[in-house]
Design a protein. Structure first.
Lengths: 210, 210
DNA sequence: GATTCATATGAAGCTCCATTCACATGATAT
DNA sequence: ATATCATGTGAATGGAGCTTCATATGAATC
């Protein structure tokens, strides 16, 4: 947790520190990121940095906290409230589309988030035990989908939840590689959803008899 | 490229160096990995290390080269030769199952490979341009599957290739988290394939009329 | 205007490594 | 046995970067 001195800072200066930190952590892993670069980027003295934070990790945890808050704001806004009104695939479409928007609008935040998932030790230190994972969320969604009759009841919710999470990551990945795919965002999402909904098997032959 | 002195080493000693390097790179990112730990692990003097390698990166690239060779051996063996005899989903099942076996039998190699995909700069330095990606491979497979009539011809092969790659990663991920899923390997793979083949929509209702 | 308190500063101090160096060792050739 | 060559060694060297420290600045209070 940053010290009081940090929160007492004028908004503009505090924001400069946050921005500089996001820049550095987005470019380099936690271990590679340099406190000196952050201080310089924010236009503060090295000594000041340690007036504001215990150490580098203290700042990093704070930044992660901000990212989580912001991401949840993107995903959650009103959606959970109206959850009952939508079918499974509508909800999934909404989740993916909001996740993609977050990735496009805050690519540096996305990069930091991804870098954290690649560092297990740090990940646990940041989140402790109460890891409200993306998996948990999808599991609940799947349970509801099965209960509502939208989904094949024989699927394994734990496995599928993980797969949906991974596909969500895949989506974010496309953002980094512009031009790889000549599609607009909703088109990508709809094609992904089509895979999730129907698979990729050729049904034309099989359904001939219907 | 390691120096001649390295390749002139007795096999046993050369292997000790390779093993020590794999241990260290599997535990820590390239940047965090310590030459001192590798030298100590291999039972050689620091000076010797620099008789064998230009620097830390020289060794790292060599290790990656070994990993790629070994992984290809797992995946490729005879399979590509018999490709024509199998349908798309049989091939995919085979690929996933071999990938999973590699992950289970060589978890440290898997970890190093994953860590490399998380470091774009290093990744490009190691592979240069001729990045024979997993994507390319799946694209060809998909093209064949469509040509053979196994797959829905309206899918987007580029997008789906990426999704199949990500699902392959997801599979490897499960290996790390034992117990999360109470299934044996082939069961996981078959459930994944079922998602890919048929999606997760509940067809019972829709097919009632058939 | 002196004291106190909070904050600012950048130059040390320190630790951790990668890399180098000056000096063995030991084999092979002369 | 001496010279030459390849290899081995671990103690310097040096740089990078986190953290601390001694000292300023400046506002608020007495």
């Amino acid at each position: 947790m940053p010290k009081d001195t940090f929160f007492n800072l004028p908004d503009e200066k505090r924001q400069r520190v946050i921005d500089a930190a996001i820049d550095e952590f987005a470019e380099r892993s936690f271990h590679e990121a340099r406190v000196t670069a952050i201080a310089e980027g924010a236009g503060i003295a090295m000594g000041s940095f340690y007036q504001y934070f215990e150490d580098k990790k203290d700042l990093f945890k704070y930044i992660i906290e901000l990212i989580v808050k912001e991401k949840l704001a993107y995903i959650n806004q009103d959606m959970m409230a109206n959850m009952q009104n939508y079918g499974f695939f509508q909800l999934l479409r909404e989740i993916y589309s909001r996740g993609l928007r977050f990735a496009k609008e805050r690519p540096r935040l996305l990069a930091i988030g991804l870098s954290l998932t690649n560092n297990e030790a740090l990940y646990h230190e940041v989140y402790g035990d109460h890891v409200q994972t993306s998996d948990d969320f999808f599991r609940k969604l799947l349970a509801k989908g099965i209960a509502d009759g939208d989904l094949d009841p024989t699927i394994d919710p734990i496995l599928v939840a993980r797969l949906l999470t991974m596909l969500n990551y895949a989506l974010a990945d496309f953002v980094y590689e512009d031009g790889k795919l000549d599609l607009d965002d909703m088109e990508i999402i709809d094609k992904m959803l089509n895979l999730i909904e129907n698979g990729i098997k050729n049904r034309a032959a099989a359904l001939g008899g219907c």
